[in-house]
Design a protein. Structure first.
Length: 186
């Protein structure tokens, strides 16, 4: 059996130095600075900016609408994609609750990182009738503090975030959120 070729010592040393520098940089970036005793070291807290100015979404017809236009009515904003299985699974449940609550709560589905034709086909396939559009530049999900798909955000009539849920919801879980966070029974 022939001997395996050996890596040059310079390459091994350089790789070690680069890995060490990356580890130190990561530690410095994520380490707790001691200012907040209630924060668990190593935990990154994602906080929505709630600055609705400039955050827009685009209808499938190309109309650009401002997130600030949602203020005035409690709203459920659900971020989805045609390639996200949990998103696809929960959409019929959202439609069911949407029909139950009538005009008490506005629903808005926003496609993320999706081709418009694929997103629209998903909306049709799942039977969704509430308004849907696209968050083309990710500004809405960023403002609302979402990080994964699906993400569901509940806004009260003043536009304040009262709940954020990452992951799939069924109809009963959505009803519970509406009752607990917005006082709306479905």
């Amino acid at each position: 059996m022939p001997d395996a070729p050996r890596l040059p010592l310079r390459l091994v040393a350089l790789s070690t130095v680069v890995a060490l520098a990356a580890a130190v940089g990561t530690y410095a970036l994520l380490s707790d600075d001691g200012d907040d005793a209630d924060t668990d070291p190593g935990t990154i807290e994602l906080t929505p900016s709630e600055d609705f100015d400039g955050a827009t979404y685009t209808t499938f017809d190309g109309e650009v609408l401002a997130l600030a236009d949602l203020v005035g009515t409690p709203t459920v904003v659900n971020f989805f994609s045609s390639t996200c299985v949990p998103c696809i699974t929960e959409m019929p449940a959202f439609e069911t609750v949407y029909r139950e609550v009538g005009g008490e709560v506005r629903f808005l589905g926003l496609a993320m990182a999706d081709r418009p034709d694929k997103a629209q086909a998903l909306v049709e396939r799942t039977g969704v009738t509430y308004p849907t559009a696209q968050d083309k530049d990710g500004s809405v999900i960023a403002v609302l503090g979402g990080t994964v798909l699906p993400t569901t955000v509940l806004l009260d009539a003043e536009g304040d975030i009262v709940a954020t849920h990452n992951g799939e919801l069924d109809a009963d879980e959505l009803r519970t959120l509406l009752a607990e966070k917005l006082g709306i029974d479905a």
